[in-house]
Design a protein around this ligand. Structure first.
Ligand SMILES: [Zn+2]
Length: 478
């Protein structure tokens, strides 16, 4: 009788890597003996010195354990085409994983009763280690849902403090947390939510020198960062270490989600090969974001993390989902792996993490201005020189709805969106000082005006926000 024996992964090396071995036998014992005859090591793994099947090895005939079949032992007959499955206890696998306490079984009961999760899936969640980059708008729903779902170790990278402008969307925090370190407040909140898991704070600025060591400790990285230097650093480190990167980003009314896993598909660089130049893409602080949007997009991100851990469904590998909240539209784009990708392609040029801070210029706006040598004026200088009697042609390139919030004294509103159409109203022989909210749009206005022939320009470093912070604290900040 030809009987197929399915070989479990840990034993395959004893049979030349085969998943299935077909033997000729008329009983279960004869089939196992024929298998054991292929390798002395395999024989030792399956049988004890007395020739009995080892207690930690189970053999199934069809879907039934042969230990449960009568007659026991040698005499269990097999038919042509029967399938035997060897199931050893595997250290680290579901058979020998963590245990769940009575409280945990009750806590996760709505998972446990789903055939797609079960006790084995919940144990996998408990064993999983997920690193969340950023504890802001996306990181809030992400970490809350991962903690609630029972992900055993959640690392959080963040070095910000909670401010009042965060509370509109960062639901990890309450008003009482304003002024506290985000990571401290997040750890407290998540531990309250689920004391059965471990929350690991990483209050560091992610950089090329620490990113690999940090990521090494985790199975999945979830990128909820709000700036390009970190986004490229996270992508490259994940590719270099072979870790999946569950990516999400938001801006105003739109969100993006994907899973970048260079083993199976494209990485972030396959999609966007290089960071945008400084000032071209506004940050959330510059462009704003509707409060509920990160809740939706961060929840999608949490969903993809849980699916990866549980091995469920189709992950968003090779697909980029765009969500337009105003149109209420989800669109899905296919993303191909780029054979020429600088980090995951055939001949990678990025072979170590890179610090992009110097020229990405989203967070480090002032540093970028200095680095590129653009003429800037500090708010302190502006104030002092005005007091000394100097006059300035100040252009505030923020949009009208922002002018309603707060105005820079003596500035002429000149919205960036209308700047090209109204440039002719300005005199290119004059010196203009450009201001915006924090600096990024001033840079864009500067470029536009330079191109149009304006030679005497300077940027008010830090914009109205720096003015309100350093010169006139009575003004509202946003
Ligand atoms: Zn790539």
């Amino acid at each position: 009788m030809a009987v197929s024996i399915l070989i479990p992964a840990p034993l395959r090396r004893h049979v030349g890597g085969a998943r299935t071995v077909v033997v000729d036998a008329d009983s279960v014992a004869a089939a196992l003996a024929a298998l054991a005859a292929q390798s002395p090591e395999l024989k030792r793994q399956l049988f004890d010195d007395a020739g009995r099947l080892r207690s930690f090895v189970n053999v199934f005939l069809g879907d039934r354990n042969v230990r449960d079949l009568a007659p026991a032992g040698d005499a269990i007959p097999v038919k042509d085409g029967d399938v035997l499955t060897i199931v050893p206890a595997i250290a680290g696998g579901a058979a020998d994983g963590p245990t769940l306490s009575r409280d945990e079984i009750l806590r996760y009961s709505r998972h446990l009763i789903m055939p797609e999760v079960t006790l084995a899936g919940q144990k996998r969640l408990k064993q999983a280690r997920v690193l969340c980059i950023g504890a802001g708008g996306l990181g809030s729903p992400l970490t809350l849902y991962l903690a609630a779902a029972g992900v055993g170790r959640i690392g959080i990278v963040d070095f910000d403090t909670v401010d009042l402008t965060n509370i509109q969307r960062q639901i990890l925090y309450s008003t009482a947390d304003v002024g506290r370190s985000k990571i401290e407040a997040a750890c407290e909140r998540l531990t309250q939510l689920n004391p059965a898991i471990e929350i690991v704070p990483h209050p560091v600025h992610l950089a090329s020198w620490n990113v690999l060591d940090l990521f090494q400790e985790y199975d999945v990285v979830a990128d909820g960062t709000d700036n390009f230097p970190t986004r490229y650093l996270v992508n490259d480190a994940c590719v270099l270490l072979g870790k999946p990167n569950v990516y999400a980003s938001i801006f105003r009314f739109e969100g993006q989600v994907s899973v970048f896993d260079a083993h199976r598909g494209p990485c972030y660089r396959c999609l966007f090969s290089d960071p945008p130049p400084p000032g071209l893409v506004p940050s959330c602080a510059e462009g704003g974001v509707l409060g509920v949007l990160p809740g939706i997009v961060g929840s999608l991100q949490a969903l993809e993390v849980l699916k990866l851990i549980l091995g469920l469904g189709d992950p968003l590998v090779g697909r980029l989902v765009l969500f337009d909240a105003l149109a209420f539209q989800f669109r899905e784009l296919n993303v191909r792996k780029d054979p020429g990708c600088a980090v995951c392609g055939a001949a990678p040029t990025v072979t170590a993490p890179i610090d992009y801070e110097a020229f990405c210029g989203i967070r480090g706006e002032e540093a970028a201005l200095d680095a590129t040598g653009l003429p800037t004026l500090s708010v302190e200088d502006l104030e002092a020189r005005r007091r000394g009697g100097e006059t300035f042609d100040l252009l505030d390139v923020r949009e009208p709805h922002e002018q309603e919030i707060v105005q820079l004294p003596g500035a002429t509103p000149f919205p960036l969106s209308e700047l090209p159409a109204h440039l002719h109203e300005l005199d290119s022989a004059r010196t203009y000082t450009i201001s915006c909210h924090r600096g990024a749009r001033s840079l864009e206005a500067y470029r536009l005006m330079r191109k149009a022939g304006f030679g005497r320009l300077q940027i008010l470093a830090g914009g109205i926000d720096a003015w309100a912070e350093k010169i006139d604290p009575s003004l509202p900040r946003y």
